[in-house]
Write a protein that binds this ligand. Structure first.
Ligand code: FES
Ligand code: FES
Length: 133
């Protein structure tokens, strides 16, 4: 089987799908190669990601990685959410085929883009904290 059970589970019934109208940060990233788009909304309370939702126009692996990435950062501190790497996402999904690893990069970038937007809205330059996205 090309995909792990975890990937199939998250693709069939993704967690945290939707939008947050009162989001504190919104990040949208796209993959130039495949054209897939991922949008991530976060709500921040007391330095923690109190809620997160996503919308992904993309492949099954992109949907599964967004789903598990939102699970991984929900309730986490901003600092921990910033440490989320695409390899941690791939590991949490019990692996991805090599040709689909770029989909997990999109999830990491979407989280970082949402956090960058959060910092911008607080009047803080996100680049030294979040890096280039
Ligand atoms: Fe993204 Fe096929 S290239 S869905
Ligand atoms: Fe491009 Fe999955 S094929 S994000």
């Amino acid at each position: 089987m090309l995909y792990s059970d975890k990937v199939l589970e998250h693709f069939a019934a993704p967690h945290n799908v939707g939008e947050l109208p009162d989001a504190d940060g919104v990040g949208e990233v796209g993959n130039a190669k495949c054209g897939d788009i991922m949008k991530m909304y976060i709500k921040v309370d007391d330095g923690k990601i109190s809620d997160v939702k996503f919308k992904t126009f993309g492949c099954g692996a992109a949907i599964a990685t967004s789903s598990i990435a939102t699970d991984m950062i929900k309730g986490a501190s901003i600092e921990d959410a910033l440490k989320l790497t695409n390899s941690a996402v791939v590991e949490a999904l019990d692996g991805l085929p090599a040709s689909k690893v770029h989909c997990s990069v999109l999830a990491e970038q979407a989280v970082k883009a949402a956090l960058a937007d959060y910092y911008r809205k607080q009047g803080v330059d996100p680049t030294p904290i979040v890096g280039e996205i």
